[in-house]
Design a protein around this ligand. Structure first.
Ligand SMILES: NC(=O)C1=CN([C@@H]2O[C@H](COP(=O)(O)OP(=O)(O)OC[C@H]3O[C@@H](n4cnc5c(N)ncnc54)[C@H](O)[C@@H]3O)[C@@H](O)[C@H]2O)C=CC1
Ligand SMILES: O=C(O)C1=N[C@H](C(=O)O)C[C@H](O)C1
Length: 267
C-alpha cells in the first residue's frame, strides 16, 4: 500500500492555514505532518492534529513533509521557497502579492522541485478564467474591460491575485500586455476612457471572502462574469487537490489549470 502523502502547512494560524488543516485532516489519503508559523506567533505549540503542534522550526517541518502548502505573505514565503528547492520538497503556493523578483524566484525554484502556483485554487474561479478567455476573444472590439474585486478588511495586497490573473487572461486573449494597459483606480480629471485599457477597482470591507467581476461594457449592452466565494474551504480543498496531483511530478511550474486539466494554448 502507498504511504499517505505528507503535507505541511505554512501560515498554519492564519485564515487559510486553519482551513487547510481542516481540509488535510478530512482526507484519508494524505497526512498532516507539520504546521509552520513565524517565531513570534502566539499560536506556537498549539496542537492541530495527532502528533502535530504549530512550530517555527522550518528545517524540521520541511524534513518531515513531501509537500509544503504555503498561504502566508511574500516576504515569509520566499525563504521557504528557496529551502524547498534546496531540499526537493514540493510546494503548493497560494500566497499572492509577489513582485516581479518574487515571481522570478518561484520560476527558478521550479527548476529544482515541482510547484503549483495559483492566485486562486477554487474550481469555479479556474473555470471562470477559461470562460473569460472565450468571452474576450468574441467581444474583442468595442467593449471596455473593467475588473472589480471585493475582499475582507484584513487583506494586505491589491488588486487581488485573482483579479490580476483575470486581467492577464483577458489581455492575452485581446493581444495586449497587461503591464502596459492596466489602470489601477481613477481620480480627478481623468479624461475620456482609452478603449485599449483594462481598469481595476478594489473594495475592502468586513468579512467578504472574495468577489470578482469582469465587466465587458459595450454600446447598448454589457456582459458581466462574476464569481463569489462564500467560504474558504473551496480554496483549501483545491490546494490539497493540487498537492496530491504534484505527487506524480518531479519538477516544473504548474498552476490550477494544469491540475484541473483545463489548460489550452491561450490561457
Ligand atoms: N490562492 C488562493 O486560492 C488564495 C490565496 N490567498 C492568499 O493567501 C495568503 C494568506 O491569506 P490569509 O490566510 O487570509 O492571511 P492570514 O494573515 O490570515 O494568514 C497568514 C499567516 O501566515 C503567517 N506567517 C507570517 N509569516 C510567516 C512565516 N515566516 N512562517 C510561517 N507563517 C507565517 C501569519 O502569522 C498568519 O498566521 C494571502 O496572500 C492571500 O491573498 C487566500 C485565499 C485563497
Ligand atoms: O486574501 C484573500 O482572502 C484571497 N486572496 C486571493 C487573491 O488575492 O486573489 C484569492 C481569494 O480571492 C481570497
Amino acid at each position: 500500500m502507498t504511504p499517505p502523502l505528507k503535507i505541511a502547512i505554512a501560515g498554519a494560524g492564519g485564515r487559510m492555514g486553519k482551513t487547510l488543516i481542516e481540509a488535510v485532516v478530512q482526507r484519508a489519503d494524505v497526512l498532516l505532518s507539520g504546521a509552520l508559523e513565524h517565531a513570534a506567533s502566539l499560536v506556537l505549540g498549539n496542537s492541530v492534529a495527532a502528533n502535530v503542534r504549530i512550530s517555527a522550526d522550518a528545517g524540521a517541518v520541511l524534513k518531515g513533509c513531501d509537500v509544503l502548502i504555503d498561504f502566508t505573505r511574500p516576504d515569509a514565503s520566499l525563504p521557504l521557497i528557496g529551502a524547498c528547492a534546496e531540499h526537493g520538497v514540493k510546494m503548493v503556493i497560494g500566497t499572492t502579492g509577489y513582485d516581479e523578483a518574487g515571481k522570478a524566484a518561484i520560476r527558478a525554484a521550479a527548476e529544482r522541485t515541482a510547484i503549483v502556483f495559483a492566485a486562486n485554487y477554487s474550481v469555479g474561479v479556474n473555470l471562470t478564467f477559461h470562460i473569460l478567455d472565450t468571452v474576450a476573444r468574441v467581444l474583442n472590439e468595442g467593449y471596455d474591460v473593467e475588473i472589480i474585486e471585493a475582499h475582507h478588511r484584513h487583506k494586505i495586497d491589491a488588486p487581488s491575485g485573482t483579479a490580476l490573473r483575470m486581467g492577464e487572461v483577458v489581455a492575452n486573449a485581446l493581444g495586449r500586455d497587461l503591464r502596459e494597459c492596466a489602470v489601477y483606480g481613477r481620480e480627478g480629471q481623468t479624461g475620456a476612457r482609452n478603449g485599449q485599457t483594462i481598469g481595476f477597482a478594489t473594495v475592502r470591507g468586513g468579512d467578504i471572502v472574495g468577489d470578482h467581476t469582469v465587466l465587458f461594457a459595450g454600446e447598448g449592452e454589457r456582459v458581466e462574469i462574476t464569481h463569489k466565494a462564500s467560504g474558504r474551504m473551496t480554496f483549501a480543498a483545491g490546494a490539497v487537490r493540487a498537492a496530491v496531483w504534484l505527487a506524480q511530478r518531479d519538477k516544473g511550474l504548474f498552476d490550477m489549470q494544469d491540475v484541473l486539466g483545463l489548460r489550452h494554448d491561450t490561457v
